[in-house]
Design a protein. Sequence first.
Length: 360
Amino acid sequence: MDKKDEIRMLKNFSDANATSGFEEEFVKLFTNTIKKYADIEVDGMLNVYANKKENKAGRLTVQLDAHSDAVGFITQAVRPNGLIKFVPLGGWSRVNIPALKVKIRNKNGEYISGVVATKPPHFMNASERNKLPEVADLSIDVGSSSRAETINDYQIDTGCPIFVDVKCEYNEKTGLFFGKDFDDRFGAAAMVTVLEELQGENLDVNVTAALSSQEEVGLRGAYVTARKVRPDLCIVLESCPADDTFEPDWLSQTGLKRGVMLRDMDVTFLPNPKFQQYACDLATKNNIPFTRSVRTGGGQDGAAIYYENGAPTIVIGIPVRYEHSPYCFSSYQDYRASVDLTKAILKDMTAEKLASFKTF
């Protein structure tokens, strides 16, 4: 696809409503987009397995991974005044939640606009003005005036999922996207583009692009996909938090327009070191920009897949500023770098090279 089509895909992926456990809207969009280039299976957890059409029996398998869910919320209960008590799905900083515009999918499947309600400053005392509220004390207002109205007229009650309501924009001059849920919709889009650009090519390995569910609440889908695919090698395409606006230059390891981030460590994961160095060397050889990072927080599907059967695994990260917030920036050129490095690995990979990652 050309650049215009890629940008349209990335914007559509960002705009889709999908949080942990409620990924169906994005799963449908993803499968409809990638089915031209792959044979599709979907399991009961809504994990998607997109098998490259040229796969053949007897070859080693490389699993590509991205996840379908984004951080969101779920309705816990309706308060007597009609406001909605909610619980986060995934890792939110509570500083980003007050006054957030959301949409709630009600029991009829309709989307109802709402806002995380905050008391106007006119009614706050001095203590309230300087205090960040706890999530348990926050509520979402959809315009209702009573519990009965919210439940009966708005058809919202316990279990209804809640999504961030932000429209994705793309700036042609800067090459930057601005929107929500880039984690991990850009990784999912990279899998589509990789299979599209490799269609018709007979590689030395089989490729399964697995879109996993429920990553934000414990990497749950990736454990399932790893057991199903049983990969010999894994490349995780993960949108990763950029640090270039708050770390000093000498410590900043992930920034916009600096290429992909190859992760050397997070709190859940250490990559296969030989595969990691191979990816760095191949990126250098092909003039694909990259950084390396050692993180003292975070986690991603690579941990689950690596733990499940020991397949050599790396993480190719697409930098995102202000990840796990309602408003993010990401760069088209970094997205393309993730596609180019993944393609370079798949085209270069042989059974012998893969075996070399397991020697000592």
